[in-house]
Write a protein that binds this ligand. Structure first.
Ligand SMILES: C[S@@+](CC[C@H](N)C(=O)[O-])C[C@H]1O[C@@H](n2cnc3c(N)ncnc32)[C@H](O)[C@@H]1O
Length: 271
């Protein structure tokens, strides 16, 4: 891969929207409703645990709604809302039912008043979002003081573009190659034959510093080992159990300063 694989912002946005629509069924068939062991054995239980006390929950990039359905099935909640810019995902989420409410929207302009939620979730979404600062500012704005942001990412240190297993025939060794970790890049990757998905790679420090700038304080960081059902899919890669795929960060919304409260009062609120 060379520099030409790094798309410019506007070009990336247009391509990304088209690709998510085109591949909506690929995601729904391969990763939801029990089809993917990483979700059933790891991601959904982790989220249920982290968001156990959440009552007003927003999921950003909610796809076909599996996370909200799982949370709703375990405890009654006051409000469960999902937003996603891809119409095919919203349609499927609504068809799959439940008391959850879905809206078509991107992460960088959330159609909710300030401090509307005690919990915001983003699960495997921010690595596809172009404008990180705007999206994190929106998370911070819609969270109540002390509210929690549960942020799940493909681990940015290991899941860089061009990363993958190498079978070294000379030293008879397998190792995980890390691509250009420090280089921020907009790419379109062929994740399986003929399926092209848009990604934005950034180093971990970029995520943490932007969150800090948006008054989101890091509370917890988890790097779980891949779950058994995932490891069973490729038993020849024994070392896979030592390389995390998932990064889980939990942030709390810092209390608003007087200036912030005044600025919010002066801004017209979305109804
Ligand atoms: C990998 S899927 C994850 C779906 C869901 N969070 C889950 O875990 O089942 C990524 C989702 O992010 C959505 N997405 C892409 N760009 C987005 C953006 N700018 N803002 C919000 N969501 C976005 C896609 O439409 C897609 O539904």
């Amino acid at each position: 891969m060379d520099e030409s694989d790094n798309y410019l912002d506007d070009e990336f946005k247009a391509i990304a929207a088209e690709l998510w629509s085109h591949n909506a069924t690929w995601w729904q068939d391969g990763f939801t409703e029990g089809a993917d062991p990483e979700y059933t054995e790891q991601i959904l239980p982790i989220l249920a645990d982290l968001a156990a006390s959440g009552t007003r929950i927003l999921e950003i990039g909610s796809g076909e709604g599996q996370v909200l359905r799982y949370l709703e099935g375990r405890r009654s909640r006051e409000r469960l809302v999902g937003i996603d810019p891809t119409p095919e995902q919203i349609e499927r989420a609504v068809a799959r039912g439940g008391p959850q409410f879905y809206l078509r929207s991107g992460a960088d302009n959330l159609p909710f008043p300030d401090a509307s939620f005690d919990t915001v979730i983003a699960c495997l979404v921010f690595e596809h979002i172009d404008d990180l600062e705007a999206a994190l500012a929106e998370v911070s704005r819609v969270l109540m003081d002390g509210g929690r942001f549960h942020f799940l990412l493909n681990h940015p240190l290991f899941q860089t573009p061009d990363s993958g297993w190498i079978d070294d025939q000379v030293f008879e060794e397998q190792y995980w190659r890390i691509g250009r970790y420090l280089q921020e890049r907009h790419t379109v990757e062929e994740v399986e034959k003929d399926v092209f998905i848009p990604f934005v790679h950034r180093p971990l420090s970029k995520y943490l510093n932007c969150a800090r700038g948006a008054s989101l304080r890091l509370e917890t960081m988890l790097e779980p080992a891949p779950p058994p059902g995932f490891l069973d899919l490729a038993p020849e890669y024994y070392q896979a159990r030592f390389v995390p795929r998932l990064l889980v960060l939990e942030f709390s919304r810092e209390p608003r300063s007087k200036d912030e409260v005044q600025a919010e009062r002066a801004t017209p609120q979305t109804p």
